[in-house]
Design a protein around this ligand. Structure first.
Ligand code: ATP
Length: 323
């Protein structure tokens, strides 16, 4: 666990970047710091690995004050990924990733084998290994940045706007890949973004900061959407809060009608969009709205249709859930 205990940062010249920040970031989870420009996100992140020192208060990792640790040892346990990836321009992709394991004492051969495995892990084929960073797209560079941060296998990863320099389509793809990766790795991740959608999608916990380095709310994405602490948070989370809230509930309790006279394609699968019990209610609503027939088809684990939902069924179900 990473604990912020009443942390304050005042820069020379008097601007308060972080104001009495207290929060607990759980081990093995991803916590996202989000808020408008200048609210102290990057400053808070960099105090964790001591690139910046607090003016007051303490930051603890598993109960130990970071300032009590040897700085080099501390950083070895903390990977760092930044916007534009920050790769070494004159080293190949492979060497960018292999550098840290070599510094940590691995043989060049072992480090390269590890680097290749990591590149594959983040979705880069072997052919990219020999290229230089300038010969990659922004999204590919970002993947190399993540692979490089993972190379020392640090328990903690700090990520400062890692996905913001890539276009929106690639960004969504990177999000999904990253969520899958994190499911396997279970690192303690702290990520900074100014994009609330990114924060709500990726964060197990989200810290919303506001101007002057104040913590407006700390909670799960569901907490923020369904129970915003104040007008600032509800304004930041957005106007479609009601709809967003439905992305946190799955369709397991949604009643379905029996499947009758459903048109199937040659493979015996229903035409159009389908959902499973694990999909969110928001997904089901979207399917029903966009379906030419006005119904969405639920399928079982084998892909066979096992129920139908119409506009009316959805409206009735949502009405029945009202407190
Ligand atoms: N080295 C510095 N010296 C003086 N003031 C600084 C310094 N670094 C940051 N600040 C100020 O501290 C405040 C917080 O900055 P910080 O970079 O942590 O914000 P941020 O939320 O990460 O912003 P952004 O989203 O724009 O990157 C800002 O008002 C900034 O101008």
């Amino acid at each position: 666990m990473i604990t912020f205990e009443d942390v304050v940062k005042v820069y020379p010249g008097g601007s308060t970047a972080v104001d009495h920040l207290s929060m607990e970031l759980p081990t093995g989870k991803m916590t996202v710091l989000v808020g408008p420009s200048g609210c102290g996100k990057t400053t808070s992140l960099r105090m964790i690995n001591r690139m910046i020192s607090p003016s007051a208060g303490r930051i603890l990792i598993d109960g130990e004050d970071v300032t009590a640790k040897d700085e080099a040892l501390l950083r070895r346990g903390i990977g760092y990924v930044i916007q534009h990836a920050g790769l070494f321009p004159h080293r190949t992709v492979l060497d960018n990733v292999a550098t840290v394991p070599v510094l940590l004492g691995e043989t060049r051969r072992a480090a390269r084998a590890k680097a290749l495995a990591l590149l594959e892990r983040v979705g880069l084929a072997e052919e990219f290994a020999k290229r230089y960073p300038a010969q990659l797209s922004g999204g590919q560079q970002q993947r190399v940045g993540v692979a490089r941060a993972l190379a020392a296998d640090p328990p903690i990863m700090l990520m400062d706007e890692p996905f913001s320099a890539v276009d929106p389509v690639v960004r969504l793809q990177l999000h999904d890949e990253f969520l899958r990766l994190q499911q396997d790795l279970g690192k303690t991740i702290v990520m900074v973004t100014h994009d609330i959608d990114e924060a709500l999608k990726l964060g197990d916990r989200v810290a919303v900061l506001r101007e002057g380095g104040h913590l407006a709310q700390f909670g799960t994405p569901r907490d923020l959407v369904t129970n915003p602490a104040d007008d600032f948070v509800s304004g930041f989370v957005g106007k479609d809060r009601g709809l967003r809230g439905l992305s946190f509930d799955d369709a397991s309790a949604l009643p379905v009608r029996p499947v009758e006279g459903l048109e199937l394609d040659a493979a015996g699968k229903p035409r159009g969009g389908t959902f499973t019990k694990a999909d969110s209610l928001r997904t089901v609503i979207d399917l029903v709205i966009s379906s030419p027939t006005g119904v969405a088809v639920r399928v079982g684990p084998d892909g066979a249709p096992d129920g139908l939902v119409s506009h009316h069924d959805l409206a009735d179900y949502l009405a029945s859930r009202r407190p």
